[in-house]
Ligand binder design. Structure first.
Ligand code: UD1
Ligand code: CA
Length: 460
């Protein structure tokens, strides 16, 4: 963490190749917009919020990033040199005495340690500019690094401006730079657009710095993945896969078992406690927090779910905005919709749907039920095929089952309705009136047996 370091994040571009209504830096990877990863990185490098250069959909970007950054507006995207000039103008005179670290809003995988090494290399070598480069088998559209015999960087040639020999250079510009602020502002004002793209190239500063007797150096990153940018959906997928790989690697280091990690989809915002076992083909998203010693079976999909310790989520369980407390057993194929809160030792079995339902400790709904807008008391037992009829076509109504009630199979509870503590409801009942505590409620049609009926029918 350096005091004399200002971080600039370039994020004014639209990202045409994303073919999207959404500006590139707001596309999500592993649950967070790309820009969030870069803002986090900036905050690891400097105490001061970074200066973000915004242009396309700047309201949306600023709404999202908020006070985590300061802003410079680039009305027209005239090139990276022009973008940095806007940022330097926003920083003002102070910029002269500082080091300026330039990051791209669409390069989310760089590690703080790598940038720290860039800062050290910059200070050690006395460069006016030190940049990050990488070697690629296919250098593609990246700017080519032209080095002199002494290893110093002579210039960067953009792919579109490069001749055949330059195109073959495999060391390319990652787009991450550390400048001494001193010469930055004056030189940026001298840039021209005399190139294939008619843009102000930040990279043309290299020649200017060298002409005024300054040294420019470059540090090659060991792993090109760290400076991988997102320009297309394919690159977004590559970057997302790498973030997920890192998340799972960290979780495994912290004691979580993944039986087949490459099949698990996980957001970077998820936490999981030690000794939890995650089976293949599980998706865990949003603010989901899972405790210790849980088992998460195949096909489970969790979004913003809080899971306690020693919970067993069986195959195919889907849950959103729900809370599941310690030692509960859920599924297979349970659907916990928003507002579900299941207490300790609750059992929710196969093909049970819950919504805005609060289950007390030890309550059970083991098979084929819909429990919505309901309070279920501790140790209540809900039989197979029970339905809370919570909707009258206009309004939703509440069902309250007090502690220890027993609801027979195939019961309809027509809400609003309350079943008192310890009461029983006979199987097949339609309950439309409150049931007093300790009572038995029955509403089914009495059974009638006609002796010998079948024998007579066969004779006809
Ligand atoms: C730039 C480099 C190239 C390098 C590549 C790495 C220049 C001239 N070239 O390429 O050597 O290999 O990055 O990815 O700098 N941006 C603005 N305003 C602008 C233009 C760009 O804010 O006017 C932002 C973009 O939103 C993006 C970043 O700057 O976040 C890089 O822009 P991009 O167009 O992707 O870079 P190139 O010019 O292609
Ligand atoms: Ca460009």
């Amino acid at each position: 963490m350096s005091r004399d370091l200002e971080v600039v994040i370039l994020a004014a571009g639209l990202g045409t190749r994303m073919k999207s209504r959404t500006v590139k830096v707001l596309h999500r990877a592993a649950g967070r917009p790309l820009i969030d990863y870069v803002v986090d990185l900036a905050s690891e490098m400097s105490d001061k919020p970074p200066v973000m250069v915004v242009g396309h959909q700047r309201e949306a970007v600023q709404d999202h990033v908020g006070k985590r950054a300061r802003y410079a507006v680039q009305e027209e995207q005239l090139g990276t040199g022009h973008a940095v000039l806007e940022a330097i103008d926003a920083i003002g005179r102070e910029a002269k005495g500082k080091k300026i670290l330039i990051l791209s809003g669409d390069v989310p995988l760089t590690r703080a340690e790598t940038l720290q090494r860039l800062v050290e290399e910059h200070e050690r070598s006395g460069n006016a500019l030190t940049l990050l480069t990488m070697r690629l088998d296919d250098p593609g559209l990246y700017g080519r690094i032209v080095r002199g015999n002494d290893g110093a960087v002579m210039k960067i040639v953009e792919a579109k401006d490069a001749d055949a020999t330059q195109k073959k250079i495999q060391e390319v510009n990652a787009g991450i730079y550390l400048f001494d602020g001193e010469h930055l502002s004056d030189n940026l004002r001298k840039l021209s657009t005399n190139n294939a793209q008619r843009e102000y190239y930040l990279t043309d500063l290299i020649g200017m710095l060298r002409d005024s007797g300054n040294r420019v150096g470059a540090m090659i990153v060991d792993n090109p993945m760290e400076v991988r940018g997102v320009n297309s959906r394919a690159e977004l997928a590559t970057v997302e896969a790498e973030i997920q790989r890192r998340v799972i690697e960290r979780l495994m280091r912290d004691g979580v078992t993944f039986r087949n990690p490459s099949t698990v989809v996980i957001d970077s915002t998820v936490s999981i406690g030690p000794d939890t076992v995650v089976y293949p083909f599980v998706t865990i998203e949003g603010t989901t927090r899972i405790g210790t010693g849980c088992v998460i079976e195949p096909g489970v999909h969790l979004q913003n779910v809080t899971v306690g310790n020693d919970v067993h989520l069986k195959s195919g369980t889907v849950a959103e905005d729900a809370i599941i407390e310690d030692e509960a057993t859920i599924g297979p194929y349970a659907h916990l919709r928003p507002g579900t809160k299941l207490g300790k030792h609750v059992k929710v079995g196969n093909f049970v749907e819950t919504k805005k339902a609060i289950f007390g400790e030890g309550a059970k709904a083991s098979h084929l039920s819909y429990i919505g807008d309901a309070e279920v008391g501790a140790d209540a037992n809900i039989g197979a095929g029970t339905i809370t009829c919570n909707y009258d076509g206009v309004n939703k109504h509440k069902t309250v089952l007090e502690d220890g009630v027993f609801i027979g199979s195939d019961t309809q509870l027509v809400a609003p309705v309350r079943v008192g503590r310890g009461a029983y409801v006979g199987a097949g009942s339609t309950i439309t009136k409150d049931v007093p505590p300790e009572a038995l409620a029955l509403s089914r049609v009495p059974q009638k047996n006609i002796e010998g009926w079948a024998k007579k029918r066969k004779k006809k």
